[in-house]
Write a new protein. Sequence first.
Length: 188
Amino acid sequence: MIKITNPKLFGVYNLIFRYCFGFRNSNLKLRKSKQGFSLLEIVIVLGFLGIVAVALVQLNLMFTRSVAAGSYNVRANAIAAETAEALRFIKEDQWNDLGNLTPDTVYYLSFSASPAKWNVVGSNPGQIDSIFIRSFLVKEVYRDAVTGKIVASGGSLDDKTLLAEVNVDWNEKGKDKNIKLQTYLANF
């Protein structure tokens, strides 16, 4: 038999035996309960657990959908940034490839492996990853004659600067989505 000398510890052991293990504190015999769970209590608990389970499944589905939608947006932004960088490479390689394009006309990019370089094409070369369509257009840029700042209207045409507007389009669950990115390209 265990002898407990500290009365505080005896109180703790008493609580543990009595409430957690279902023993009486005097002779450690099992308590005989004459009460049980009624069928109604069990049905209520199962109903509550069912509601919680359905809520958790819905939360999981919502989270999965939002992650997938976010993934498409991230990929589309990366493609738009890649297109802007490709246009900068084309500008550095040959300004006339961009400067001679018709303003406000939709163009596409195509990559040729030999030699490794980006090319501007007038027809859609197809989808990227069977999802995304990348395109761009160039716009003329006008500058204020006094300050030299870019202006939306008026001013004089700056033939050494273009505004490139990159578009990435895709269809997600029957809805058309689009990301636009604008950058200035200058031939200085």
